[in-house]
Design a protein around this ligand. Structure first.
Ligand code: H2U
Ligand code: ZN
Length: 363
């Protein structure tokens, strides 16, 4: 019973001896993996990836951008779509989003309810845009580590500034990179949306981290990182302060999770040395990503950190999610459709294979 067609005798012996924690081989058989951070499942179908990797690299789209583009609304000195003019900035530059999804002055505590089933609440917030560099032609991977450190300091300072506002309960730092992910402009930039409520994905992570911390007195991601460091099969990049890995429960083919070695709760809580470590890790990870399909890899990325509710959150462990949509090449993307919209997310290439591909990707 313990034996399946693909298990060799040795492995079955290991199973009998309790050395293998699984009754089946995660690399051969369809299975579901649990995401303890999001409290979700993902269906993995590794048998569909048995064919060898063809390694086709398509011609990357020619991306010749000038250092300053007079038509770019993010370049220094230019007028934005909203009519305001950017200063002649030389480092990072932050401004209030001219087309903000959230506004600071909506009526307080507005609620709408019809019986049990129709509910709405007013939501206050502040949306900002963060230009990483005055240079129109660079991406974060091209910036030197010192310039990336300046971006991290800007994210941390914004988290403190926006989080101090009495109406703001959470600060979401993120970036949409590439047209495929809806980025409106190639100038290196990200966004910050600061909200009154905890957004639902963050709320879910808070609940799982809180429950885990209550049970063990350690952070969920700290314990998870220890397992990954020991097994090493899903690691992509690591330095003294941060680790990037393809999570065991990854949904997107080349999704990664960046975790701080120390369970720091937020960007502002990082020490100077940790911020330098994060800058180094982000540069190496994104450089690897761009080498994967010889293209500027599109992705959405963002940091999850503790709420800015003034309370201590020892359960919170700072991390960043990278969600690239590409599957096989610069032009073949994964679609979350069909079973994935109606049932649950599914993937073919295993997280272990994805990590191996990322470890092999070099520019
Ligand atoms: P994305 O590339 O991720 O879409 O971010 C760009 C943001 O910049 C977007 O939210 C804002 C858009 O509203 N924006 C301005 O605030 N001013 C402008 O002049 C153009 C774009
Ligand atoms: Zn520009």
């Amino acid at each position: 019973m313990l034996r399946c067609a693909q298990h060799d005798t040795i492995r079955c012996l290991y199973i009998l001896l309790g050395r293998y924690d699984n009754m089946f081989n995660l690399h051969d058989h369809p299975h579901r993996r649990y995401n303890p951070l999001a409290d979700e499942w993902v269906l993995v179908s590794p048998h569909r990836m048995k064919r060898p990797w063809q390694g086709r690299v398509e011609n990357p789209p020619v991306d010749k951008r000038p250092p300053h583009d007079s038509t770019c609304y993010l370049c220094p000195g230019n007028e934005r779509a909203g009519g305001k003019r950017n200063p002649a900035y030389t480092g990072t530059y932050v401004f209030d989003n001219d087309f903000a999804a959230l506004l600071p002055d909506v009526p307080a505590a507005g609620t709408f309810a019809v019986g049990e089933l129709l509910h709405a609440r007013s939501e206050r917030g502040i949306c900002r845009v963060v230009c990483y560099s005055p240079r129109h032609d660079l991406t974060m991977a091209d910036l030197d580590v010192g310039a990336i450190r300046a971006v991290i300091d800007t994210w941390a300072a914004q988290t403190v500034e926006l989080g101090a506002h009495p109406d703001i309960g959470y600060v979401q730092v993120f970036e949409n990179r590439g047209v495929l992910m809806g980025a409106s402009n190639p100038h290196p930039h990200g966004q910050i949306w600061a909200t009154q409520s905890l957004p639902q994905f963050v709320a879910r992570e808070q609940a799982t981290q809180m429950a885990y911390f209550a049970r063990h007195g350690r952070t969920l991601l700290g314990d998870y990182l220890a397992i990954e460091l020991e097994r090493a099969e899903r690691l992509v990049e690591a330095n003294e302060h941060f680790v990037a890995l393809v999570p065991f429960w990854a949904v997107w083919p080349f999704e990664t999770l960046v975790i701080s070695r120390r369970p720091a709760p937020s960007l502002p809580a990082l020490t100077g040395a940790e911020r330098d470590g994060l800058a180094d890790l982000l540069k190496r990870l994104i450089t690897r990503y761009d080498a994967l399909f010889a293209t500027m890899l599109p992705f959405s990325m963002g940091f999850h950190q503790q709420p800015t509710d003034g309370a201590d959150h020892p359960e919170w462990h700072l991390h960043a999610h990278f969600y690239p949509p590409l599957l096989r090449s610069a032009t073949v993307r994964k679609f979350m459709v069909g079973f994935e919209m109606l049932g649950e997310p599914q993937r073919d290439i295993t997280p272990e294979q994805a990590a191996e591909r990322l470890r092999a990707a070099r520019r």
